[in-house]
Ligand binder design. Structure first.
Ligand code: NAG
Ligand code: NAG
Length: 418
């Protein structure tokens, strides 16, 4: 064989090898791109139900008023024949509810609300849902993980499992009770606007209602406020809920971003911005949250403020929580991504340490649990927990005005928290 022929064969081989590869790559890339676009499109279609009316909030959100029976909950196969419970059969503050007691203790000073209220209301028979935008989903790692916490996201206080590097940098400053049978919890939570250093970090202040085993089959119902640039695309302080029945693995999500929570209220939107917000050495605002289990139907209900009963998590979503909770936690959590090798400067609460007290540090007050007799009472044997008190700390106390309370939070990075 001549050298030329060999060379020709070699070139032919090269061409036949490279051409389809190059072409294939672009096609593959285009396919991937198209698949993701379709995936995002169909996910948005599933999340955003047809609206009777849409309201544009000053913060850029669109609030869709969706017929109650069309809400995401009813995509759940087990909710196909579900009859919406329009009220709980029992309220831990008001006992058994008769028709005349459905709107609970009307309060005059409901001045804490949501920003979108400035622009309109949702009609009766609908519920307000924060519309998910394409950008919201594209900011996340994947369509599948959008609206979900990372697996194993909740900490078991004071256990050997607490490992600063093993929790994706999640840091807490919380109080908790454990070992009893709990049927609910309540707290009034001071609302702030903590600074977030990296968009993939967040800062939240919440109540956790827990049952089962951490890291395995943990059942959790959570509610509070959060600042989460990745989830919402801004730094606003927003009302949120979360639930999971398998330690954040396959089940559950924030707000109404999957089917689960059944909402009945037409005034409060999950994930909407809270307004107004507290400021340092100035006006203080707080929100009251109550979560309790209906002893008859078994559903877990949630109330915002004194008069908004938002809806419920059906009992069948859970395993342990179909019976009762075995632990309650209250407090703050942030993500410390240590992006530049230093502790993050993402703030918890007001961004100030508990020692500064009222008007400066964030607080939870009127902390109560729903005990075995289904009534609200003060928690006993309160534990407190924080991974690094020099970054975020917690101090609890008790007074006539505030009942059980605590101050919590901190600035993150500082000379003692490098
Ligand atoms: C809902 O009701 C229909 C008709 O009665 C029945 O065939 C179906 O199995 C029910 N589905 C569930 C999840 O209960
Ligand atoms: C959120 O806050 C960070 C600083 O804390 C800032 O860099 C960023 O631009 C803010 N994002 C928005 C959308 O306002």
């Amino acid at each position: 064989m001549g050298v030329l022929k060999l060379l020709f064969l070699f070139l032919l081989m090269l061409v036949s090898l490279t051409l389809p590869t190059v072409g294939g790559k672009t096609t593959l890339h285009r396919h991937r791109h198209r698949r993701r676009r379709l995936e995002v499109h169909s996910h948005l279609k599933k999340l955003n139900k047809p609206a009777v009316k849409s309201i544009k909030s000053p913060d850029g959100d669109i609030i869709d008023c969706v017929r109650m029976a069309h809400q995401p909950a009813f995509d759940h196969p087990l909710l196909k024949n579900h009859t919406i419970q329009m009220r709980p059969t029992f309220h831990p503050e008001g006992g058994i509810l008769s028709d005349s007691k459905v709107s609970i203790k009307g309060s005059k000073s409901e001045d804490i609300t949501q920003l979108w209220h400035l622009k309109g209301k949702c009609p009766k028979g609908t519920i307000p849902i924060r519309r998910t935008k394409k950008e919201d989903i594209l900011r996340g790692n994947s369509v599948k993980s959008y609206g979900k916490k990372k697996p194993y996201a909740t900490v078991k206080p004071n256990s050997i499992e607490v490992d600063l590097n093993g929790q994706n940098g999640h840091q807490h400053a919380i109080i908790y009770v454990e070992g009893g049978q709990y049927y609910g919890a309540k707290a009034t939570i001071n609302v702030w606007s903590p600074k977030i250093q990296q968009t993939n970090e967040f800062s939240l202040s919440q109540i956790w209602i827990l049952g089962g085993t951490f890291g395995q089959d943990l059942n959790s119902i959570e509610a509070g406020w959060q600042v989460s640039p990745d989830l919402y695309g801004d730094n606003n302080t927003r009302l949120f809920t979360y639930w999971t029945s398998d330690a954040y693995q396959a089940t559950g999500c924030y707000n109404l971003l999957c089917s689960g929570f059944v909402q009945i209220n037409n005034e409060i939107a999950m994930g909407a911005s809270i307004f107004p917000i507290s400021s340092y050495k100035s006006s203080q605002y707080d929100i009251s949250l109550l979560i309790w289990k209906d002893p008859k139907e078994g559903n877990w209900w949630m109330q915002f403020g004194n008069k908004y009963v938002l809806g419920y998590w059906p009992a069948f979503l859970f395993s342990y929580l179909t019976d009762s909770a075995s632990m309650i936690e209250w407090g703050g959590e942030v993500v410390n991504s240590e992006s530049d090798g230093q502790h993050t400067s993402t703030q918890m609460g007001s961004g100030h340490f508990p020692g500064e007290g009222f008007g400066k540090a964030g607080y939870f007050r009127n902390i109560q649990i729903v005990g075995e007799s289904n009534s609200l009472r003060a928690p006993e044997d309160i534990g407190i927990f924080t991974e690094q008190p020099s970054c975020y700390d917690v101090q609890n106390g008790k007074s006539d005005d505030w009942g059980n309370y605590f101050f919590y939070g901190g600035p993150g990075r500082n000379p003692n928290c490098p």
